[in-house]
Design a protein around this ligand. Structure first.
Ligand code: 5GP
Ligand code: MN
Length: 343
């Protein structure tokens, strides 16, 4: 298959205009944030700050340990911390949703009663101006200005293009954050989404002083002992049927290894080391007895279609969803759906 080799990414003019003309930004990204989500938000906030604008970075969950090396990561606030600091959603004129495109994905669908979440829901219902910068193929038309580019490897690529268009000077901190966004979503340049433009941008970022080996070590070779024991436990649950691999992680396994949900990042992919495995799933038990599912695939197999059957979504080769059932039942439902839609 011939790879896309251009044209260079062009941000919509109205997006650049909105970022340049507005002043007080809430920048929010998806629950269980990954390197693309975190790096993209941090780079965007640095760029907007350099133009004299105010930004607050919000995420439902704290930053996972493997991303604490990112410059500025301490600027992220949970919704609870936002409330504790006395800020009000009404003080902001713009919400930017990064690496996601629906309020549910930033955590607004939670059943927990958190004042900042209730305020934000009210603000959105009242027409709060929202900008979306994302690259997921599953989308719902939310937002006043939307730049959703599923063919782009990482949201970090879009943010980088927008920052350059705004005329901001690229600092080493911006470069490190964008580079980490890209390596996260390309699996360190090995997934199918790694095209020539990805390498061109990565080369520029290296010129701004990013170290590829340091980034790799920080993002991928930084497991705690507990995380590695959890990994061994998850590998021990492996179940294979034909070209499908399923692994599971229970709340008990987290307790036994003193680990948490974000320690499972990338575990879903390990069965893909086997030549014959084309679809891998990781079913993670949640505290309320329901499950979070990660799906991965090789080549043309579109697992976003499977996730969408359960109100989730994502990309062709990487998607996720939540299932209101226990681990065994969720696995049965997923396998049934896979057979049904025959991907
Ligand atoms: P992961 O398996 O690493 O959590 O997620 C894989 C991809 O699917 C990511 O791009 C993520 O944003 C997306 N994703 C994961 N869970 C959900 C979900 O519940 N809903 C939607 N729409 N996307 C999801
Ligand atoms: Mn992403």
């Amino acid at each position: 298959m011939s790879r896309q080799i251009g044209p260079k990414l062009l941000p919509p003019p109205e997006l650049v205009e909105a970022l340049l003309s507005r002043d007080n930004f809430l920048i929010a990204t998806h629950v269980n944030p990954d390197g693309d989500a975190i790096g993209s938000c941090l780079a965007l906030s640095d760029a907007l700050n350099s133009l004299g604008k105010k930004c607050v970075l919000l995420d439902k969950h704290p930053i996972p340990a493997q991303y604490l090396f990112l410059p500025g990561q301490d600027k992220f606030e949970t919704f609870e911390a936002f409330n504790a600091s006395g800020k009000k959603i009404a003080d902001f004129d713009t919400l930017v949703m990064v690496d996601c495109n629906h309020p549910d994905r930033i955590g607004l669908s939670t059943k927990e009663l958190i004042p900042a979440i209730e305020e934000l829901k009210r603000a959105l219902a009242g027409g709060m101006f929202t900008v979306v910068i994302d690259h997921h193929q599953t989308e719902n038309g939310f937002g006043n200005i939307r730049w959703i580019s599923p063919e782009t490897a990482a949201t970090g690529m879009l943010v980088y293009a927008a920052i350059k268009k705004m005329g901001v000077t690229i600092t080493q901190a911006i470069a490190k954050n964008i580079y980490t966004a890209i390596v996260t979503d390309t699996g360190n340049f090995r997934f199918d989404n790694t095209n020539a433009e990805v390498f061109r941008v990565a080369a520029e970022l290296i010129d701004y002083g990013v170290s590829s080996s340091e980034t790799y070590e920080n993002a991928f070779e930084s497991y705690s002992g507990g995380r590695f024991r959890l990994f061994l436990g998850v590998i021990g649950t492996l179940w294979i049927d034909g070209n499908i691999a399923v692994s599971t992680v229970t709340t008990k396994m987290f307790e036994e290894t003193s680990t948490a949900a974000d320690d499972t990042e990338a575990f879903v992919s390990f069965p893909m080391l086997m030549k014959d495995i084309r679809i891998a799933m990781l079913i993670r038990e949640l505290k309320d007895g329901t499950c979070k599912v990660s799906l991965r695939s090789k080549g043309a197999i579109d697992v976003a279609r499977v996730a969408e059957q359960f109100n989730g979504g994502g990309h062709k080769n990487a998607a996720g969803c939540r299932i209101e059932a226990g681990v065994a039942e969720a696995k049965r439902m997923l396998l049934e759906k896979l057979r049904e839609i025959n991907i």
